[in-house]
Design a protein around this ligand. Structure first.
Ligand code: HEC
Length: 130
């Protein structure tokens, strides 16, 4: 008999606790949703390396550029220091101006196959390295 009482009260207590955590969970959710909505309306945050890595591979940028080290081309960090706008970076991807980087013996090939949306995403990431 005692066992049954313990069992019943355990079930009841467990039920109340679950109910409480349901309430807390839905309360937390409304708190989390709010900033996400504001972010979407007030502009996208800069893409992360994870976001652009597949693009840098797809368009072979990684063959000549790394984030922080000079390779065949300047590092993205050095490019970020030039403070170009995203649109200007896109323009330079399509039509490189080797005179901007006189220390580099080989000019960059024009990469006109880069989709505008992808180029701007890469540009936003480069500028976030500043
Ligand atoms: C074959 C090597 C090579 C590849 C592939 C390459 N780059 Fe470059 N990149 C260079 C070199 C060399 C320079 C510096 C000389 C120049 O601008 O021509 C450069 C310069 C740049 C600059 C600076 C332009 C300026 O005038 O300041 C940007 C931005 C850039 N690259 C982005 C990219 C992106 C994004 C990709 C991929 C879509 C890419 N590059 C692919 C070699 C390359």
């Amino acid at each position: 008999m005692n066992n049954i009482i313990v069992l019943v009260s355990t079930i009841v207590l467990f039920g109340i606790q679950n109910f409480k955590s349901d309430i807390t969970a839905s309360f937390d959710k409304t708190n989390i949703d709010f900033p996400i909505v504001t972010n979407q309306t007030s502009g996208q945050p800069a893409p992360s390396f994870k976001d652009v890595e597949p693009l840098l591979q797809k368009y072979t940028c990684i063959v000549c550029h790394t984030e922080a080290k000079k390779l065949i081309g300047p590092s993205y960090k050095d490019i970020a220091k030039r403070n170009y706008t995203d649109a200007r970076i896109l323009q330079l991807i399509y039509k490189p101006e080797p005179s901007n980087w006189p220390d580099y013996p080989a000019p960059m090939v024009p990469m006109t196959n880069v989709k505008k949306v992808d180029g701007l995403k890469i540009a936003a990431w480069i500028n976030s390295l500043n």
